[in-house]
Write a protein that binds this ligand. Structure first.
Ligand SMILES: *Cc1c(COP(=O)(O)O)cnc(C)c1O
Length: 230
């Protein structure tokens, strides 16, 4: 079931690319495996999938240890400064950097480990109270400061759009993130490129692809519903 779901999502991405005149290779699918067992990931791994996303540091680290080392792990969830040390060197890309303070912690850890940390800047384009992320009008100022940190590379922007019934309702937010990336790119800041746009989840990834997503983060649409045992 999981591999079939994965293939359907890939096909949908391909169709969204065709509709919008984009190259299929410009969109990467992150299989969001949070709360799902290692065996589910192994099933997809056997299907050739190497790109997975997690939203909790502990879970990413546990799965990192348990699974083959050629998996590319994406940290997509809110990151606390005291957990940064566990994730730097393991995550290929941290999608959720939303403050200079957090970036400085990542810088310190990356310097200590002598690695470069690739990050995205999380922007709360819909300005939802409950969500993390910088406001669009704070992004440039923060990016200008974060760009000065030598062990960090800013690769683009990320957003978590509102939960909606109709994915069309989120199109305006995806457009807004894309436009923000274009505006920031035009500033030609050293150490900053805006090539990556992480946007779109199970409910709205096709619209996100039409609006320029380069990473879509799909969990439920691949692995099925999540069950949180609390
Ligand atoms: C859980 C999660 C996703 C995937 O959500 P689905 O709706 O299950 O596809 C994407 N992005 C982030 C940041 C998440 O936490």
């Amino acid at each position: 079931m999981i591999t079939e779901n994965y293939d359907i999502v890939c096909e949908n991405i391909g169709n969204a690319c065709s509709r919008s005149g984009r190259m299929r290779d410009d969109v990467k699918l992150i299989a969001v495996s949070k709360t799902k067992p290692v065996s589910d990931i192994e099933e997809l791994y056997g299907h050739g999938v190497r790109v997975f996303g997690e939203n909790k540091v502990q879970e990413l680290c546990d799965k990192y240890e348990a699974l083959p080392k050629d998996i590319e792990w994406h940290m997509i969830g809110h990151l606390q400064r005291n957990k940064v040390k566990y994730i730097v060197g393991k995550a290929a890309l941290i999608h959720s950097v939303d403050s200079l303070r957090l970036a400085m912690q990542i810088e310190a850890e990356a310097a200590k480990k002598n690695v470069i940390a690739n990050i995205l800047i999380e922007v709360n384009v819909a300005e939802e109270e409950s969500k993390f992320g910088l406001k669009a009008d704070e992004a440039l100022k923060n990016i200008t400061e974060i760009a000065k940190l030598p062990h960090i590379r800013i690769k683009g922007l990320m957003t978590i759009a509102p939960f909606v019934e109709n994915p069309e309702d989120n199109r305006k937010y995806f457009k807004k993130l894309k436009q923000l990336a274009v505006d920031i790119q035009a500033k030609n800041i050293d150490n900053v490129d805006m090539n990556e746009l992480s946007m779109g989840m199970t409910g709205d990834y096709m619209v996100a692809v039409e609006e320029g997503a380069t990473y879509v983060r799909v969990g439920t649409g691949i692995f099925g519903e999540r069950h949180y045992d609390i």
